[in-house]
Design a protein around this ligand. Structure first.
Ligand code: AMP
Length: 406
């Protein structure tokens, strides 16, 4: 690695349709120097909320008409003499971008060039809601800082190693050839981060481990990671497949969809909204997509909230069983993301009666939240870990790795 790499500060950007989150890392010690979020881009009441690690939060409310203006505001505040954390933009060595869908083109993170941009645009069809704002973020950075190297880190890339029989669907093969319909998987950056942390915590080479990682947030997915490689994951062609989630149905009989389209006379948009926004824990409980509310209500005897909790835990348990089978065993079970990191109730429910798979959690140790912890009993064959995810750090690390070689 070059000499300059020691001083490297990296800006990480996660650009959504109307919001943009950022963090700046000092790669010498991997510490966050500042983070923030631009909200309501292109809408009324837009704002930037900037939090330097040393100093107080600063909020700016102003018109932010597009992503270019949002990025400009971020760069201004980062180099602002009162609230900033750098003297000039020269101190930023590179920018790392989260990109949701890499399709079949990317098996890892890449330095962004014309060819990569072309491939990203070709993949818009696969992620029409997510890839366009990711691309807007990259283009805005390119316009404002054309000389800065930019790196794309894909949610799908970690799952590139799935074997064909795992990612192919049982539909006529020509639809895979024609439209690239297959399982891609998401949350890859998170699954990779927690599996690498698990290996470090247990002081065991990742090549020797069979890991199931449970990313349980508003969006939720499991990954089967054998020898450090994802061999299966629960999300599919889109993030809709797999677990029941906050507002997504997860796996259902596909015939339900055509049945409902006929009965309710839904358009394509209404159908997508039903499956992605009105289903899952929200649809079942009828009160909220947030498991904090649902747990609270279940505690007060709300029957359908309890059903949502039971269903969620049951589906996670079924996936754990199937991933145990495809890996022919299990060494580590990891919980991460909002629910996985914080909800001892949900973790306990998922792990209950899994002794047959060698999974035993210690109910006292399980009473932990938002910190790295081992929650299995001393006699449990499988280590059960809680590991807070850190996708931004993973993006910064990949960016650092690629840019250091330039
Ligand atoms: P994420 O998408 O990773 O930010 O996770 C957000 C979700 O985590 C929320 O919608 C909640 O359902 C869940 N969550 C966060 N904190 C808790 C908690 N203390 N107890 C239960 N669920 C939680």
């Amino acid at each position: 690695m070059g000499v300059r790499s020691k001083k490297m500060k990296i800006l990480v950007i996660n650009s959504g349709s109307s919001s943009l989150k950022y963090q700046v890392f000092d790669m010498e010690n991997e510490k966050v120097l500042a983070k923030g979020v631009v909200d309501r881009i292109g809408l009324e009441g837009a704002s930037l909320c900037h939090s330097p690690s040393k100093g107080s939060r600063h909020i700016i409310t102003t018109e932010i008409k597009d992503h270019e203006k949002a990025i400009q505001l971020v760069l201004d505040i980062l180099s602002d003499k009162d609230h900033g954390i750098i003297k000039s933009l020269d101190e930023l060595e590179a920018i790392g971008h989260r990109v949701v869908h890499g399709g079949e083109d990317f098996s890892g993170s890449v330095l962004i060039n014309e060819e990569v941009m072309e491939a990203l645009k070709n993949n818009i069809e696969l992620a029409p809601l997510h890839n366009p704002p990711n691309i807007m973020g990259i283009e805005a950075c390119k316009k404002i800082m054309p000389e800065k190297p930019q790196v794309g880190v894909f949610d799908t890339a970690f799952h590139y190693t799935m074997p064909e029989y795992a990612y192919i669907y049982g539909i006529p093969y020509e639809y895979y050839q024609k439209y690239k319909i297959r399982k891609y998987g998401f949350h890859g950056t998170s699954h990779q981060y927690v599996s690498e942390r698990a290996s470090a915590i247990l002081n065991t080479p990742i090549e020797e481990l069979k890991i199931i990682s449970c990313h349980l947030g508003n969006g939720a997915s499991l990954a089967a990671i054998k020898g450090g490689k994802s061999i299966d994951t629960s999300m599919g062609f889109t993030p809709l497949e797999g677990l029941m989630m906050g507002t997504r149905s997860g796996d259902i009989d596909p015939a339900v969809v055509s049945f409902l389209i006929e009965k309710e006379n839904w358009t394509k948009e209404e159908t997508n909204e039903f499956l992605n926004k009105r289903s899952g824990a929200l649809g079942l409980s009828g009160i909220s997509s947030d498991f904090r509310d649902i747990q609270d209500q279940a505690g007060k005897g709300h029957v359908r909230s309890q059903l949502a909790i039971d269903r969620f835990a049951y589906v996670v348990k079924k996936y754990i069983g199937s991933y145990f089978a495809i890996m022919n065993g299990l060494d580590v079970l990891v919980f991460t993301a909002g629910l996985g990191e914080n909800s001892s109730v949900m973790r306990a429910k998922i792990c209950q009666d899994l002794e047959a798979l060698g999974i035993e959690i210690d109910y006292d140790k399980n009473f932990t939240r938002a910190i790295e912890a081992e929650i299995s009993t001393n006699t449990s064959k499988v280590k059960v870990l809680v590991i807070p995810t850190n996708e931004e750090l993973m993006i910064a690390r990949d960016t650092y790795k690629i840019v250091s070689k330039l």
